[in-house]
Design a binder for this molecule. Structure first.
Ligand SMILES: Nc1nc2c(ncn2[C@@H]2O[C@H](COP(=O)(O)OP(=O)(O)OP(=O)(O)O)[C@@H](O)[C@H]2O)c(=O)[nH]1
Ligand SMILES: [Mg+2]
Length: 432
């Protein structure tokens, strides 16, 4: 018999309702001791009285019978009135009747142990909870729906097929692969390899979906960088003045455009200076540009052809267009007026530039660093397996293919180490 765990599944503090969840072999028996009338059927929320040693609480109760629950175990949920004291009394009552406090993520970890979810499902849930844009929610939901898990299982199955095809042509594992077998195996492995490449390549868009696109606004003092930031955000965030060198530090703020998050960084105007603080500001501005996904190089001079020195992609912005007598000299640039005009064209250009449409429409993006590192490792091992096909015995080829299979299994959790599993579930909140 396993332990029965209990925790508050809603945030602590003042709220409309609190949900207390209990899971384990004895969950239903425990609940029957202090909730009446106990629901007569599973999966139905029923009103009743929850008897604590301090007061009787009118609450709702629902129970699920193993394996038909989130955790795969007997589970009971109490939906009580909100507030700290009521939830605390309900939890205490469960503890007094034999339950123990759950650890962070323990409900979900039990779901994993009971085969109700794999690691990518769990990571999908975390990503959905942490998401701040619709595209990040979608990326998490795809994990939860097991889109990556299914791809991984498919790749693993094909590796096993390759292995068994090789095996049937041999009497002894030490024998060399026959040429036709080796050629077929190699071709199949190469197909898997290019699919891994495709998956790995989606991680760039995955990063944008999850964290947004970092955009540094740089240029000489007074060209209107801070005005531009404010216009892009639609709020009066940064100090604007006609004095050169107004902005000293970097200033970051995010805004969602369609489903994509843009993280704009306003920076100090670039110029030579002896002012110690401003010098530091300029240094920080250059650093922000170096680490950005794209640089907006702002100028207010329509004859300015200069290019900001960076390896990052950049877009030249001619600002203060309301003051120009003629069109700016460079056509491949954006012409705006932060003070009077519409700056949506900047967001639209960035959106196009980063194929943000593909972020919204793609079914599967790699958004998780752990998945990416497993995929890269599997890819390196696969390259080794492909090389081995040419010049080694079956047992060496087979070992290298098994290594790829094993690494891919770490993604879904079938071959993951206990500590990795623990680390993932400890990121969950208490009660999840
Ligand atoms: N006419 C006009 N003035 C603008 C426009 N954008 C900004 N300004 C003015 O230009 C001056 C400088 O604007 P800021 O936004 O502070 O410029 P900055 O590039 O952030 O300057 P530093 O922080 O000093 O580097 C202010 O007086 C703004 O009102 C614009 O589109 N048209
Ligand atoms: Mg400024």
């Amino acid at each position: 018999m396993n332990t029965t765990i209990v925790a508050l599944s809603t945030p602590r503090g003042r709220s409309a309702i609190s949900v207390v969840r209990m899971s384990g072999d004895s969950a239903i028996d425990i609940a029957k001791k202090f909730f009446s009338p106990f629901p007569t059927k599973p999966n139905l929320l029923k009103v009743g009285s929850l008897h604590t040693k301090y007061f009787d609480e009118q609450a709702m109760c629902v129970y699920f019978v193993a394996p038909h629950s989130y955790t795969g175990e007997n589970t009971v949920e109490f939906h009580c009135h909100g507030g700290t004291a009521i939830a605390q009394a309900v939890i205490e009552t469960c503890l007094d009747h034999g339950a123990v406090m759950a650890q962070n993520g323990e409900f979900s970890k039990r779901a994993f142990i009971n085969g109700k979810q794999n690691l990518t499902n769990a990571e999908g849930i975390i990503e959905m909870i942490d998401a701040e844009t619709a595209s990040a929610v979608k990326a998490g939901a795809n994990l939860l729906e097991n889109k990556l898990g299914k791809r991984i299982v498919d790749l693993q199955d094909r590796l096993l097929d390759i292995l068994s095809a090789c095996e049937t042509t041999l009497d002894y594992p030490e024998e060399d692969l026959e040429l036709p077998t080796a050629t077929t195996a190699k071709r199949s492995l190469q197909e898997i390899s290019s699919e891994l490449d495709e998956l790995i390549a989606t991680s760039t868009l995955g990063k944008y979906a999850k964290y947004g696109i970092d955009v540094a606004i740089v240029g000489k003092p007074n060209v209107g960088k801070s005005s531009l930031l404010n216009a892009l955000l639609g709020t009066d965030r940064a100090i604007v003045s006609e004095i050169q060198g107004t902005t000293r530090d970097t200033l970051s703020e995010s805004v969602n455009y369609r489903d994509i998050r843009f993280n704009f960084v306003d920076t100090a105007g670039l110029r030579d200076t002896n002012d110690e603080i401003e010098m530091e500001g300029v240094k920080r501005a250059r650093r922000a540009a170096d680490s950005a996904d794209v640089v907006l190089h702002v100028t207010d001079d329509p004859n300015d052809r200069s290019v900001y020195p960076t390896v990052r992609p950049q877009v030249r912005i001619y600002n203060k267009s309301d003051l120009y007598d003629s069109e700016p000299c460079c056509v491949d640039s954006l012409v705006v007026s932060a003070k009077y005009g519409n700056v949506e064209i900047i967001k639209e250009t960035l959106y196009e530039m980063f194929s943000a449409k593909d972020i919204e429409s793609s079914d599967l993006l790699i958004t998780n660093e752990r998945h990416l590192s497993c995929l890269k490792r599997a890819k390196a091992q696969l390259e080794e397996a492909i090389e081995n096909c040419d010049r080694t015995t079956f047992d060496i080829v087979s070992n290298s293919i098994k290594a790829v299979w094993q690494t891919l299994g770490e993604i879904t959790g079938t071959t993951a180490q206990e500590d990795i599993i623990d680390r993932i579930y400890s990121k969950f909140c208490l009660g999840k």
